[in-house]
Write a new protein. Structure first.
Length: 105
């Protein structure tokens, strides 16, 4: 009985952890740098919470140096497929903000 309860609870938690509009898996298809930071595009489009981001670009702010380094390393190595997690557009304007990049191993 404990196993059944554990299984049901774990399944509910797992579903809630992975469901949501703030992520998209794909391959980085374009990358550019500007004063605000690094911007990328991925082949599968934008996450739901990024609707309206100009031309499909997503921004990694300049102050997020570790995140920038991971994305640049993936881009240079040619292994640029991964999951992008986003917080949406700051104040509903501008580019969609990336807060995590999880490369495919």
């Amino acid at each position: 009985m404990k196993k059944i309860i554990f299984g049901v609870v774990f399944s509910f938690i797992a579903i809630n952890c992975f469901a949501g509009p703030g992520y998209q898996t794909g391959k980085i298809t374009n990358l550019t740098a500007g004063i605000p930071g690094i911007m990328i595009m991925i082949d599968n489009g934008l996450p739901d919470n990024c609707e309206g981001s100009p031309s499909g670009w997503m921004l990694i702010k300049q102050e997020h140096t570790v995140l920038t380094s991971v994305v640049l390393a993936a881009w240079v190595s040619g292994k640029s497929t991964g999951t992008v997690y986003t917080t949406g557009r700051e104040n509903g304007t501008g580019f969609c903000l990336i807060n995590q990049f999880d490369p495919v191993n």
